[in-house]
Design a protein around this ligand. Structure first.
Ligand SMILES: *[C@@H]1O[C@H](CO)[C@@H](O)[C@H](O)[C@H]1NC(C)=O
Ligand SMILES: *[C@@H]1O[C@H](CO)[C@@H](O)[C@H](O)[C@H]1NC(C)=O
Ligand SMILES: *[C@@H]1O[C@H](CO)[C@@H](O)[C@H](O)[C@H]1NC(C)=O
Length: 258
């Protein structure tokens, strides 16, 4: 009796599209089949830079970021300054290749999920405001900031909880911890010293020659920004598509065949 009911419900879903179902061209995999899941994810990313609203997938070709204060030093020696970014946009997420995943099993809450990937070039554009003092120089400027994170690699560790809606499991992210690294960070801050373009060029050169040191100092803030970006990308899909809808349901399939 129970089986018949399940089959009936599944058919109801299929025929009347009452349930949220993945578009047919998205390949479903068995729970935990990493190889298949990676291939399917990469396929979806590659063919849908504008996202798929029906499944909660946001655009990846243009990704907005919330304003951040990257730097707010206490006065130290002759240097202090505040540095804030706004109107920020990222380009290049559409070229993401997922390289490794963990989890995505039948019981997603029992293990940490992981998603690892790489992007050949992640471009970040924004406007900055800075003010402060660098030795004798008064700093008070605003301008455009351009960054290129080359060979950008990321890994995300996710912990999820399940939420039942109409007896269907949905996932909710309750923790997402990103780690990122890159081969090089190229940065250009336009008009850093408004009155002195030589000094602007010089400062930009100093930054680019020492990007890793700057990066290390700013890493906590940068990771918080990436945490928001990745959470926003993933939670939309989890919220829209029942978790089990993402996978092949071999049990019900065989029941239908009978
Ligand atoms: C993404 O890849 C395409 C194809 O290789 C390339 O034309 C485009 O510039 C890349 N996007 C970014 C932001 O690098
Ligand atoms: C920075 O420049 C703006 C606009 O030129 C001015 O309104 C502001 O008072 C200046 N701030 C400081 C700390 O000099
Ligand atoms: C639950 O099912 C009812 C009746 O089919 C439907 O009206 C409602 O929108 C569903 N709720 C959710 C959250 O899917």
């Amino acid at each position: 009796m129970r089986e018949i009911l399940i089959v009936a419900v599944v058919f109801q879903c299929l025929i009347e599209s009452k349930c949220q179902i993945l578009p047919k061209n998205i390949k479903k995999c068995h729970y935990g089949d990493s190889k298949c899941i990676i291939r399917s994810m990469n396929d979806v990313i590659k063919h849908n830079p504008r996202g798929i609203p029906a499944i909660g997938m946001k655009p990846t070709d243009v990704v907005d970021i919330q304003d951040v204060e990257l730097w707010n030093n206490d006065a130290l020696g002759g240097v202090w300054f505040k540095f804030r970014l706004f109107n920020q946009v990222n380009y290049g997420f559409e070229n993401t290749t997922i390289t490794q995943i963990k989890g995505f099993g039948r019981e997603p809450t029992s293990t940490t999920m992981e998603i690892h990937g790489q992007i050949p070039s992640l471009i970040h554009k924004g406007n900055y405001v800075t003010n402060g003092r660098v030795w004798l120089l008064e700093l008070n400027s605003t301008g455009e900031s351009y960054s290129d994170f080359q060979n950008f690699r990321f890994s995300l560790k996710l912990k999820v909880i399940t939420e039942y809606r109409n007896n269907t499991r949905y996932l909710k992210i309750y923790e997402l911890v990103p780690l990122v690294n890159m081969k090089r960070w190229i940065l250009w801050l336009e008009d850093f010293f408004t009155e002195n373009s030589d000094l602007t060029i010089y400062i930009n050169r100093v930054f680019n020659e020492n990007w890793l040191q700057f990066y290390n100092e700013m890493e906590p803030t940068i990771l918080r920004a990436f945490k928001d970006v990745f959470t926003n990308m993933i939670e939309g899909i989890f919220d829209k598509i029942p978790y089990d809808e993402l996978f092949l349901q071999s049990d019900t399939e065989t029941e239908i065949e009978k």
